[in-house]
Design a protein. Structure first.
Length: 225
């Protein structure tokens, strides 16, 4: 499939044709071993690299950190089945980027509108903490996902890891786009919107309130009218 890089960005050094890794991707030995151990323990769970969800022709890409053990790693759909999904999908429905009712199950019929959700790291990491080498290993899939969105105009990154990996995937200088909640960075024709991750920890500690989170998507919606 021919892909179009958003205008104004440097050429990608080595674009991948595929944006989704194999089910048994071996590139991160620690994560592959964790995946196998979880498969042995929880045979009914998804337990594989979690594919992106939504519309590849959308104008908005949301980049999370990695699947949660009992969330996306269990259900196979990003942000589905754990606390972070409750806030994310409620907000996407409120701002017209999702339609239907979110029931925390991949068969709940929820669809995304003009939007795709992906993760910087596709396999569940122990304690939700991928190692730097694992983030690097998975970045080509993020870069390929970006490459495969011909109408892309906006990227919301959830948390510093997602932000930093997205900046590198776009071949931008990190110093030109430092992470800060609510910050907006211009990258050619693309706008990057930073948000703290919508994790239970961040919301329980008040680092991120629903109001702060909604404000990010209100800005995206206003820009994508
Ligand atoms: S995190 Fe990404 S690169 Fe690493 S094993 Fe999983 S799919 Fe492969």
């Amino acid at each position: 499939m021919k892909t179009i890089r958003p205008s104004g960005l440097p050429p990608s050094p080595a674009p991948l044709l595929r944006s989704e890794p194999d089910r048994n991707c071996p590139l991160c030995p620690r994560l592959a071993a964790f995946r196998e151990a979880t498969r042995a323990r929880e045979a009914g769970w998804f337990n594989s690299p979690v594919p992106s969800f939504g519309d590849p022709n959308g104008r908005l890409l949301i980049v999370g950190l990695a699947p949660g053990l009992q969330g996306a790693n269990r259900t196979g759909r990003p942000f589905t089945g754990d606390f972070a999904g409750d806030l994310l999908y409620a907000t996407l429905i409120e701002y017209g980027f999702a339609k239907g009712t979110y029931l925390a199950r991949p068969d709940d019929g929820l669809t995304l509108a003009d939007c795709l959700i992906s993760n910087a790291v596709r396999c569940v990491p122990p304690q939700n903490k991928p190692l730097p080498a694992e983030i690097n290993n998975c970045r080509p899939y993020l870069a390929a996902t970006i490459e495969a969105m011909p109408r892309l105009l906006s990227i919301v990154t959830l948390g510093r890891v997602a932000h930093d990996s997205t900046v590198k995937a776009l071949s931008l200088r990190g110093a030109a786009a430092p992470f800060a909640h609510g910050a907006i960075h211009q990258a050619g024709a693309l706008k990057l919107y930073d948000s703290y991750h919508c994790s239970r920890y961040n919301t329980n500690t008040g680092v991120l309130t629903p109001k702060m989170f909604r404000a990010v998507f209100a800005k995206v919606r206003a820009d994508l009218l």
